[in-house]
Design a protein around this ligand. Structure first.
Ligand SMILES: [Zn+2]
Length: 209
């Protein structure tokens, strides 16, 4: 079956079976949103934020791009910067989550810039991950490729958290004590989500609650 037809059937099922059961919820969301978090993650098709967090419509303001990158603030018309500014200033989201993931093509591109040289826009975008690759240089040289990617995925989340803090909207919200920034990594093959613990300096699994 053609994928467009697959989606058309899905829309039909949604309108017939799903929407009527949740009509009141959708009607309540018709005129305004008050999301609880800005969720900045990779564009990778295998990450479904509302599924892994079991949240529903209206709860997550989602920004996605290759490598879950938050560019250093420049004032330029960059989509992700506009999403950050809007979520924090207009919607007053109390949390920002930057969520990386296993087997990330963008992180592989950060590790091996030559591999993305034929995609100029991708290559330039992934320069925002250069700092993470430089920090990886401090890792032992005998770790294998898989371990290097795992560490770089975590370092990239940390670097993007730092980039986030260069945005004026974020600085104002942090100074006002109304914003918390979180770094997560999602493991595709196990479903595990690890969160950065600044006290211990490690990404640790969420407690099973
Ligand atoms: Zn990715």
């Amino acid at each position: 079956m053609d994928f467009l037809e697959t989606m058309a059937r899905g829309i039909g099922r949604f309108r017939r079976d799903v929407f009527p059961q949740r009509r009141a919820q959708f009607e309540g969301l018709a005129d305004a949103q008050q999301p609880k978090a800005l969720f900045l993650t990779c564009a990778d098709s295998r990450i479904v934020p509302s599924m892994i967090t079991q949240t529903g419509p209206g709860e997550l303001f989602i920004e996605r791009n290759p490598g879950n990158i938050a560019p250093i603030y420049s004032g330029a018309a960059v989509g992700v910067s506009a999403s950050i500014e809007y979520a924090i200033t207009a919607l007053k989201t109390p949390h920002v989550i930057i969520c990386g993931h296993s087997d990330c093509g963008a992180v592989k591109g950060i590790l091996h810039p030559d591999a993305v040289a034929d995609m100029p826009a991708v290559a330039r975008w992934l320069r925002y991950g250069d700092e993470a690759r430089q920090r990886l240089a401090a890792a032992p040289s005998d770790i294998d490729e898989e371990e290097r990617l795992r560490r770089l995925t975590e370092l990239n989340v940390l670097v993007q958290m730092e980039h986030l803090a260069t945005h004026p909207a974020v600085q104002q919200a942090l100074a006002g004590g109304r914003l918390a920034i979180h770094g997560w990594v999602y493991e595709i093959e196990t479903g595990e989500v690890r969160a950065y613990d600044p006290a211990r300096g490690v990404f640790a699994p969420f407690p099973d609650i």
